[in-house]
Design a binder for this molecule. Structure first.
Ligand code: 3PG
Length: 393
């Protein structure tokens, strides 16, 4: 795809879709500004070359509550201003009078953020009239919103469609995410090992299925391992399971053969709290009154060994309840093994991205995705309409 650096932006307005869907605390303070920081290269590339940037994003899932401060993008303007070292203008609406006035006032080298796209019903509906108003603001469209690339909202599809004849490009972040989550994965250096965790098999079925087709090993952890254990006739005690996914787990076990690795032991507790009574048992032998809360130490060792010998690693989903020590041990062991290995390592967004950052290993891996649902969709092998319609390089 053509990237933002391939277009002449001097004297031009660039409408840039970013994913500033950041977590806010009750005081409306941003608790993790990573998505804002990751958009900096594209924004800087435009203003440093004499262009101006109109940023648009969603935040959360407001339902007809335009103006609700907890869904406002206003805090992101201050955050971005600090990171850029220059004032960032903020429009209190998206395509209304304030936005129109501020777009008209915007000078080359300056940045403006429009208010939450989802305060407008037209955004989720992909409405053409709403899209046309946004499209009229600029000369160039740039998609740097990787976390939203699996969506077909107006700003992702109808807006670039409405900018017919104008350049439509990807930003540096989207280019990098595609490079790792599509290019590296479809042409991996081997052995290629995937580690998949998280609570539900249902969230990961298509990912497991797709990765079984391309990986050398797929290691399973997290609560979804108990559904697999049940499929093998194991005893899971009070563990979290999806009874209705047991048949599916059986199919994946049959399809996976030696490639699919399941835990050999489980760290259990008799209650969902850090002070509960704990016991390590063989997988499939969880006693009544106990639930599995992490992979066991033997499994952690085996998984770490598999990671050590890998040349490409993809990790998505924690191995256990990593926010509740000591049930963070499995996730820590896997994260440590990934950090220590010299493989190309790709961390899917969401919980595993949070875990790798919390554990302090984020700088020791090749790529930490900014997408939750979007990175899963890419690992499923899905194509994104929002990317396909952009200009080819
Ligand atoms: C995300 O955080 O996954 C993206 O910003 C997409 O948000 P959505 O699931 O509300 O569309």
């Amino acid at each position: 795809k053509k990237t933002i650096e391939n277009v002449d932006v001097a004297g031009k307005a660039v409408l840039m879709r970013v994913d500033f869907n950041v977590p806010l605390d009750e005081n409306l303070k941003i608790t993790d500004d990573r998505r804002v920081r990751m958009a900096l290269p594209s924004i800087k590339s435009v203003i440093e070359r004499g262009g101006r940037v109109i940023l648009m994003s969603h935040l959360g899932r407001p339902k007809g509550d335009a103006g609700d401060a907890k869904f406002s993008l206003k805090p992101t303007a201050a955050c971005l201003g600090e990171l850029l070292g220059q004032d960032v203008a903020f429009a209190t609406d998206t395509v209304g009078d304030d936005a129109k006035a501020k777009v008209a006032d915007l000078k080359d080298g300056q940045v403006l953020i429009l208010e939450n796209l989802r305060f407008n019903a037209g955004e989720k509906k992909g409405d053409a009239a709403f899209a046309a108003e946004l499209a009229a603001f600029a000369d160039i469209y740039c998609n740097d919103a990787f976390g939203t690339c699996h969506r077909t909202d107006a700003s992702m599809v109808a807006v670039p469609e409405a900018m017919d004849g104008k350049p439509k490009v990807v930003g540096f972040l989207v280019a990098k995410e595609i490079q790792y989550l599509t290019d590296t994965i479809s042409n991996p250096e081997r052995p290629f090992v995937a580690i998949l965790g998280g609570a539900k098999v249902s969230d990961k079925i298509k990912v497991i299925d797709n990765l079984l087709g391309i990986c050398d090993k797929v290691l399973i952890g997290g609560a979804m391992a108990y559904t697999f254990s049940l499929a093998q006739g194991g005893q899971v005690g009070g563990s979290l399971v999806e009874e209705d996914k047991v048949d599916l787990a059986k199919e994946l076990i049959a399809k996976g053969g030696d490639k699919l690795m399941l835990p050999v032991d489980t760290h259990c507790g008799d209650d969902f709290n850090a002070n509960c009574n704990k016991v390590v048992v063989k997988a499939g032998e969880i006693p009544d009154g106990f639930e599995g809360l992490d992979i066991g130490p033997e499994t952690a060792k085996i998984y770490a060994e598999a990671v050590k010998s890998a040349k490409t690693v993809v990790w998505n989903g924690p191995m256990g309840v990593f926010e509740m020590p000591p049930f963070d041990a499995g996730t820590k062991a896997v994260a440590q093994a990934i950090a220590d290995s010299d493989s190309t390592s790709i961390i899917g967004g969401g919980d595993s991205a949070a875990a790798i950052q919390q554990l302090g290993f984020a700088d020791q891996v090749s790529h930490v995705s900014t997408g939750g649902g979007a990175s899963l969709a890419m690992l499923e092998g899905q194509e994104f309409a929002a990317v396909n319609l952009l200009d080819e390089a």
